[in-house]
Design a protein around this ligand. Structure first.
Ligand code: 9MR
Length: 370
């Protein structure tokens, strides 16, 4: 009897090793970090929605505050900083031993009005420096990587007209990276953008990375946002994007992955964003209020498999894959660009259940890819 007992324990590690991982972070542990966001706008912070936090801690080993560290939330007035929500997410990340991404230091969106009212160029530069100083030092040793500059490019690869470009010229990008490095030489520094599958925009990102490197300014990683749909970009385009960006020598990350399944009103060329409001409640633009049809669910599941098979193929270049959310209940897609739609871009449904796409990812065969 005793021998049987001993045998059982001797083989236990083997039995355990051959068990299939039942969560995303273990599944891809040898490949890349797997991340999700926590979104203060939907109150998914500590003590507000524990179901989301449970998902994040069970399945993910990296977390991004979806809004809490952005300028309007962290620095709402000229001399006022508010860090309580960002701090809660930081504590949660540390308690769960997760990689924490600071999102984001310099972005034209979600910047309070007062920033555009600073008309003196020297004062403006000092204000940006102080903003970066406050955030970077406040979260020193806790944030593992900062998205230093977010979405600086137009789709044609030129620099986007922003208050930062206007007041500081093109060097605002270098300055932001330099300030972040000066205030925390140990935190990783990233540039993050969307539509990098478009060759001109990608060339713009590569230009930014190379120019920082040539000037001796540290940049460690580039983020491909990945707000994609069921068909675009193609796997080939995504692959080329990963390969081209990796050639610069920095880590490539997939930072904001979600796959929309509902029609995209941008197809209505020439119609201004503000006018999308008139499409609210229009079934043409919001076809799945009653639920996602089976055939669409199948397409989403396959799309996620195809994308992850590609990520696994290029895992030597990819350090992290982060989903922009956890459950379909809270995705920004439901409100953007038309309010109150029902989209299904993530791996957990509105009742917090794992979707077929989730199980499909667990099912990917990694045996030959190790
Ligand atoms: O998901 C975020 C949403 O809750 C905010 O209302 C929105 C404000 O612009 O920002 C969303 O996150 C964006 C991210 O910070 C940068 N890339 C695009 C994301 C989706 O818009």
């Amino acid at each position: 009897m005793r021998n049987i007992f001993l045998l059982f324990f001797a083989y236990l590690p083997l039995v355990m090793c051959s068990q299939k991982p039942d969560n995303l972070k273990d599944k891809f542990a040898n490949y890349f970090l797997i991340g999700a966001t926590i979104n203060q706008e939907d109150y998914q912070i500590i003590d507000k929605d524990n179901k989301v936090l449970k998902i994040v801690s069970e399945d993910f080993n990296s977390v991004t505050p979806e809004n809490s560290m952005k300028w309007m939330h962290s620095h709402p007035e000229y001399s006022k900083f508010t860090f309580s929500n960002a701090q809660k997410i930081t504590d949660f990340a540390k308690e769960n031993d997760m990689f924490l991404l600071g999102h984001t230091l310099v972005w034209h969106n979600q910047v309070p009005e007062y920033v555009s009212d600073i008309k003196d160029k020297i004062k403006f530069d000092l204000h940006i420096k102080n903003h970066i100083f406050q955030l970077v030092t406040r979260f020193k040793g806790k944030v593992d990587m900062w998205d230093v500059v977010n979405e600086a490019l137009n789709d044609d690869g030129t620099l986007r007209e922003t208050v930062f470009l206007d007041m500081m010229g093109e060097s605002y990008i270098e300055k932001a990276f330099q300030y972040a490095n000066d205030f925390d030489p140990n935190v990783e520094l990233a540039y993050n953008d969307y539509n990098l599958y478009k060759p001109n925009k990608r060339a713009g990102a590569i230009r930014i990375i190379n120019s920082l490197k040539e000037k001796g300014i540290r940049i460690d990683a580039v983020g491909i946002q990945a707000h994609w749909d069921l068909h675009f970009p193609s796997i080939k385009e995504i692959e080329q994007t990963i390969i081209d960006l990796a050639e610069t020598g920095v880590d490539v990350m997939i930072t904001e992955l979600d796959i929309t399944v509902i029609p995209n009103p941008y197809e209505l060329a020439g119609i201004a964003r503000e006018e999308f409001k008139k499409f609210e409640g229009d079934k043409k633009w919001d076809p799945y209020q009653a639920g996602i049809p089976d055939n669409v669910q199948k397409k989403l599941t396959k799309r996620y498999r195809d994308i992850f098979e590609l990520f696994v193929k290029h895992h030597d270049k990819i350090s992290r894959v982060t989903f922009w959310g956890t459950t379909d209940k809270y995705t920004w897609r439901n409100q953007n660009p038309i309010n109150n739609r029902a989209d299904y871009p993530l791996l957990f449904d509105r009742e917090y259940n794992k979707k077929p796409a989730y199980y499909e990812l667990l099912d990917i065969d990694l045996s030959e890819k190790n």
